[in-house]
Write a protein that binds this ligand. Structure first.
Ligand code: FES
Length: 177
């Protein structure tokens, strides 16, 4: 049933959970779900399994907080990326770099090339212990753009906005009927 299960090689494996790590779930459940989101240690993280490898990153896109758990995974310039469903920003799974295409207008013919904006999304370490999956936060002291969408202030704003969105959706649905 879990065709990817035996191939899965998380970022690292260990005999005990790393200090300060957060339990995400059983490995088979993560593989079956393909994508798991969880609020752990005050952070919303996305853990996904792609081509037998587990990855973890902040759940909301660094651009304006899009739900990365709904993004497609595609390869750009030889690098696997998650594509944000809101504005199609491309984020590398391994490093959290934002990729974009640039064109040199003076080149003939102008040829688009892939460039990196640098690390924009905070990616985290995944560890497997006895088929349990843990995430250890990337504790780089440098501010990373996706950090903004992990703040309590942003979460409170989202929670306030949600009832309005729900009401609007109900209105749209009742109009359709
Ligand atoms: S919110 Fe992700 S691309 Fe805009």
């Amino acid at each position: 049933m879990f065709s990817e299960e035996e191939q899965t090689s998380p970022t690292s494996s260990s005999s005990s959970p790393p200090p300060s790590s957060h339990f995400i779930g059983r490995k088979e459940d993560v593989i079956q779900a393909k994508r798991v989101t969880k609020l752990v240690g005050g952070r919303d993280v996305l853990v996904l399994c792609h081509q037998g490898k587990l990855h973890a990153m902040d759940m909301r896109c660094y651009h304006t907080g899009g739900p990365l758990q709904e993004g497609d995974i595609e390869e750009f310039d030889g690098r696997m990326c998650i594509v944000c469903p809101w504005h199609k920003y491309k984020i590398t799974l391994a490093e959290g770099e934002g990729l974009y295409q640039a064109v040199n207008p003076s080149a003939t013919p102008p040829k688009p090339t892939w460039r990196s904006k640098g690390v924009k999304q905070r990616v985290h370490q995944v560890t497997e212990v006895n088929r349990d999956v843990y995430v250890t936060f990337n504790d780089s002291p440098d501010t990373i753009d996706s950090d903004f969408y992990q703040t309590e202030r942003y979460r409170a704003t989202m929670n306030k906005a949600q009832p309005k969105t729900k009401k609007l959706q109900e209105k749209v649905t009742s109009r359709k009927v």
